[in-house]
Design a protein around this ligand. Structure first.
Ligand code: NAG
Ligand code: NAG
Ligand code: NAG
Length: 489
């Protein structure tokens, strides 16, 4: 629902008196849409969605973890980092918004609107006027976790600990943490472990693994890297979508709304979108003036463009993705198998990957979740299947996204609904995953072995090998030639 803001309601603290006079003058004819104060704003921003927006309505007394007749014996999870500062390659684009802001204000001042039914309202311009690029978002802190990102990771650790106190104990040997040693993930590890142990502990004391080859198999898969590069001869579905009328119309409407006499560059619109979604992730309660550039429908198109990208890069759009994502399923299966094969409790009991969006998306794909009947393409945006698509990065990989699997050991007469002594509960962002071979996220171990065990057993990254072998051969040849040349001089 759009909120129509009438000009005479503008508060008098307005620091552009000329602007106000102008706005009041035109108030008889103008109906300005104030998008910043929309009652039910659209807050699904793809992989830059705040966890609480992606996971609305999660019941506080969520009892999915209580399985009658069963005790949790092992816990495996992938936890994505939370919101972060702009990346090094985004800083300039976002700094440039200062010039854009000045242009928008002067457009407003000059009443530079082609379409008076589609123009930014005075209070949105006013919020924009107060916006400044945060100078701390510079190269020194590029990509670092924000304080909200830190707190959210702590809170999630505490939430899981509350549900599984028998596994999340104070014994550090119960844990194994896996993450690549990078600032954002190391900080997420600190936050998460602080959430578990309720105090800053010496992270050197906690068992952990940092092998990037195991944690980011896709980065070491030449065939995968090749297949994700943009090919000028066959443009990506995202590029196709962005060349369509549906997308261009969004760019036109945003340009009109901001008072430009021409369509601004699509890259400028992407910059505005980036700032808008960062703003709403850094502080979920603050209004972002940049989000006021977009209607709900504009945001849904921008979201679809990113879904197209993730669908082909990490999802069902490319068969190779399952063959890479299986590495995470294999990790989970070998962890659980140890617990099932040994009657005695095993250490570790809790395995936590601190990770990023590609890994979560690849793992969800390898588990065959979020599968659509119709492939996402650049030209089916308006189809009903796509409007109701299951592949949605806003829901699958928001900030702090998590994918958890809990192994339960049951007494067979304790729960008449189950057949196996072992059960696995699959949770996505704390909710049971719906899979047709499980009951509300709870899956028989025999089914897990047949469905996910099969994925794990077939997982050898063979599909990457062809290209890797050539890559290695070239590297060795180059090294030999280099060596030969060096020995000559
Ligand atoms: C930022 O603005 C400058 C000056 O207009 C321009 O040359 C540069 O390409 C812009 N950078 C980005 C990343 O948009
Ligand atoms: C980034 O900002 C901080 C704080 O304002 C400052 O100390 C630091 O020198 C800046 N770094 C760069 C690369 O500009
Ligand atoms: C753009 O504006 C036109 C005219 O107001 C409207 O019909 C159309 O649905 C809008 N497009 C988007 C993407 O919101």
């Amino acid at each position: 629902m759009l909120f129509i803001c009438s000009n005479n309601k503008v508060d008098m603290g307005w620091s552009l008196p000329a602007l106000l006079a102008l706005a009041t003058l035109g108030s008889a004819q103008l109906q300005e849409t104030c998008l910043s104060v929309e009652e039910d704003p659209y807050l699904l921003f793809g992989t830059k969605t705040a966890y609480i927006f992606a996971n609305r309505g999660l019941p506080n007394n969520n009892r999915a973890h209580e399985v009658p007749g069963c005790q949790p014996v092992a816990f495996w999870m992938m936890q994505r980092h939370g919101s972060h500062n702009p990346e090094a390659d985004e800083i300039e684009r976002l700094q440039n918004l200062t010039d854009l802001k000045n242009n928008i204000i002067s457009n407003y001042r000059n009443s530079n609107f082609r379409n008076t039914n589609n123009r930014i309202c005075v209070s949105d311009v006013k919020i924009l006027e107060h916006w400044q690029y945060n100078p701390r978002h510079n190269l020194s802190f590029a990509g670092d976790l924000t304080s909200d990102g830190y707190l959210s990771a702590q809170q999630l650790a505490q939430a899981f600990k509350r549900k599984y106190p028998e596994l999340f104990t104070d014994n550090r040997h119960n844990y194994l943490f896996k993450y690549v040693k990078e600032s954002r993930l190391s900080t997420t590890f600190r936050a998460f472990s602080e959430g578990i142990f309720k105090t800053m502990i010496d992270s050197d004391d906690l068992p952990k693994e940092n092998d990037e080859k195991l944690l980011r198999p896709y980065k070491f898969c030449n065939a995968w890297t090749k297949s994700t590069e943009e090919n000028p001869d066959s443009p990506s579905q995202r590029t196709i979508f962005e060349s369509k009328y549906e997308y261009k119309q969004m760019v036109t409407n945003v340009s009109l709304r901001l008072g430009f006499n021409y369509d601004v560059d699509a890259a400028v619109v992407r910059g505005i979108y980036l700032m808008c979604r960062y703003n709403k992730a850094w502080d979920v309660t603050q209004i972002s003036p940049w989000c006021a550039a977009f209607t709900r429908e504009d945001l849904r198109r921008l979201e679809y463009a990113e879904d197209l990208e993730t669908y082909y890069k990490y999802g069902y759009g490319n068969d190779l993705n399952k063959k890479v994502g299986c590495a995470y399923v294999k990790d989970m299966m070998s962890f659980f198998s140890k617990h099932v094969e040994n009657e005695m409790p095993q250490q570790p009991q809790v395995m936590v990957h601190l990770t990023e969006a590609p890994a979560i998306l690849l793992a969800l794909g390898a588990m065959a979740t979020h599968q659509d009947t119709v492939p996402l393409t650049g030209d089916n945006y308006h189809s009903a299947a796509i409007q109701a698509r299951k592949w949605a990065s806003s829901k699958m990989a928001p900030f702090n996204a998590n994918l958890a699997a809990v192994l339960y050991k049951c007494t067979l007469n304790g729960n008449f609904q189950i057949n196996d002594q072992y059960q696995v509960l699959l949770l996505e962002n704390e909710r049971p995953i719906s899979l047709d071979w499980c009951r509300v996220g709870l899956c028989e171990w025999s089914q897990v072995v047949s469905k996910l065990g099969e994925v794990a057993n077939a997982c050898d990254l063979e599909a990457c090998n062809g290209a890797t072998a050539i890559g290695q051969f070239v590297a060795i040849t180059v090294a030999l030639v280099f060596f030969a040349v060096r020995s000559l001089v």
